[in-house]
Design a protein around this ligand. Sequence first.
Ligand code: SF4
Length: 683
Amino acid sequence: GDRASDLVTRTTCGYCGVGCTLDVHTRDTGILAVTPAPDGPVNRGHACVKGRFAYGFVRSPDRLTTPLVRRSDRLEPATWDEALDVVGRELARIRDRHGPDAIAAISSARSTNEENYLLQKLMRTAIGTNNVDNCSRICHAPSAAGLIASFGLAGGTNPAEDLDVADCLLVAGANVTQAHPVIGARIVQAALRGARLVVVDPRRTELARLADVHLRGRPGSNVAVFNGLARLLLDRGFVDEEFLAARADGVEELRELLADYPPDRVADLSGVPPDALAAAAEAYGTARRPAIVYGLGITEHVHGTDGVRTLANLAILRGAVGTPHGMGVSPLRGQNNVQGASDMGALPDVLPGYQRVDDPLVRERFAAAWGTPVPERPGLRIPEMFDAALAGRVRAMYVFGEDILATDPNSGHVRAALDACDFVVSQEIFPSATAQVADVVLPGSSFLEKDGTFVNFDRRFQRVRPALDPPGQAYTDFDVLRAVGDALGVDLGCSDPAAALAECAELTPVFAGISHERLDREGALHWPCRRLDDPGEARLYGTAFATPDGRAHLAARPWLPPGEPPDADFPYALITGRRLVHYNSGTMTRRTPNLALVPGEHLDLHPDDARRLGVGEGDPVEITSRRGMVTAPARVTDEVAVGEVFLTFAFPDVPANLLTSSEVDEVTSCPEYKLTAVRLRRA
Ligand code: SF4
C-alpha cells in the first residue's frame, strides 16, 4: 500500500500500569511503528523502550493460531468446535460430580476490563463459584487491603499529574526508572526541578543515586523504617494536628507503639543509619506538597499489608492525603491492567467495584441482573487454589493470560498442583510453560488486537482499540470467553465489549458514569465516576474518607520478621524484580528486538561477595534455595548491598521462581518475592 492507506489506531500501552497513550501505525496487516501520543494524558508524548519498540511479538511465528487439545499425552491442533466441546464437557462434568468449588480460574491482568468482567461472570454464573482471582494477588493485593483500611478505596489517592507539583517525593520499593519508565522520568524531572527525593530501597537504583536521601534498609525491614519515620514526624512536630483531630483516628495507639521505634532500634532492625532516617523525616516532614509513590518492594512481603499501612501513616500524619496540598499515596501497578482486573471483580471475595460477595443486598442485585444466584461463600485465593488442587478439592483450573509456571512463586509446587488437576485450560497467545502442561489451549489475542478498556495505576479508565486482527484462527479473548459460556450452555450476554462495560457500570455505583462512548468522546476518566455528568474523581477524599466512619485510620503495626530470613545455610537474601528492557516473564519482549539489548539473565552480586566466592564478571553462579537451584552468570555491581543478590524472572533458562518460597502476606496471601534465603557457589 502507499502512505494514503496507512492507518493510525490510538490505544493504551499493554505493558506496565503507567498507561501511556500510543498511536499504532499500520499498513495492510503489519505494524509500521508505534509512537507515543503527544496528547496522551499520562505520557504527553513520551514512551519507553517497551511500549515504543517491543511490538514485534504480535506477529511472532510462535503465536498460537489454532486451539490445541491433548490427545495421547500430546497437544494437537483442533477445531474450535472440538476444543470448546472438550472444555464445556469437562468443566460441566467436574462441576456436576465434585461441585462448583472444584473449579478455579485465574483471570488476566494483561487483559481488558471487559474480558475480566466476563470471566468473573462466567465463573459466578455458568460454574457457580467465587473461585476467581487475578495476579494482583501476587503483586498489589496488599495495596488494595491496606489502602481500603487506611482510606476507604482500593486505589491510589492522587493522579499522575500531582507528581509534577509535589515538592518532596518519597519513592519506596519501586525501581521506577526501569519498571515504570515514563513515571520514572517524570520523578527525575521533578527532582531536577528542585523537589526533594527520598528513596527507600535495598538496592542503589538509578533513582537512589539521584536522591537527596537513600534509606537502604535490608529486605524485610520496611515496617521498621516507616515506623521510625512516623516516630520522627511526631517527635519533631512535623504533623498536621488539625487534620489529625478533624479527619483521622488512631494517633494515640500509634504514639504508644512508636515508643519502641527510636532511631537506634530502627537502625538495628533495618540497617538504616539514624542520620539518614532523620534526613528523610525532615525532607518529607517539612515539604509543603509531599507525595508518596511505592511499588512491589513494599507489597511483596509476608507483612506487605502492614508495609502499605505504615507507609500510609506518614501521609496521614502530615495531612498529605485528601487535602489541597496533599499529593497522596500512589501504588505503581505492575501489569497494565492489574488495577482493572481487580476493579472488575476478578477476585474471590468481591464483585465489580469491590462489592462484597458476602453482602446479601449486593448478591441480590447481581443475581437479578444475571438471572442466577450469586454464590455466597468467598472463593479461593491463587496460592490456596494450588494447595486445594494438591488436596484434591480443586479438580480443574482455567488459566487466562498468565504463565503461572513462570511467574508464581515456588514453581515446583505450582507444577505439582497443575499435575494434580483432572483438567487444565490455558487461554494464551504463546505456548507458555503453563500452556504446555494444559489439556486444552485456547488461542487468544494481544492488546493490539483488542477492543475495550484498561484502568491504569491512578484509577484512570482508558480505551484500548484494535490495530490488527488476531492471527490465524485466534479469537479475541472476549469472544473466547463468550464461546466458553456457550459451551457450558450459558449465554453470558454482553454482545460486545461496550455492552459488557455498560452492564458492569449499571451494577457498580463507582463506575456508573463510565462508558466506551464517553471515553471515546471525552478521553480518560478516573473512578469513582458515579453519573454520566460526573467528571470522575482524580483526587480522592477531598471532603471525607471512604471508610465507614469517614475518617483516615492510622495503623499501629509492629515490625515482624520476614518469612525466610537468611541464615547460616542460606546466607544471602535474593530479591527478584524487573529490568527496563524486558517485561515480567519476558514472554512478549523476548520475541522483539529488545532481546538484542538484553539477551539473557544475570545475577547482580556485590563486588565483596564476588571476591569472597571467587566469582568474576560473567562467571556462572549456582543459586540454591530450599526449593531449587538455578544458574546465572554474575554481574558484579554495587547496585546490590553486601549479602544481597538480584534476579529477574524474564528468561526461562533462569527460572527464578523455582527458588522463591510459599511464604505469603498474612492478610492477603501475596507472596514474599522480595526476600528468599539462598546460598551461592561458583558453578
Ligand atoms: Fe508502556 Fe509503561 Fe513504557 Fe508507558 S512506561 S510505554 S505504559 S511500558
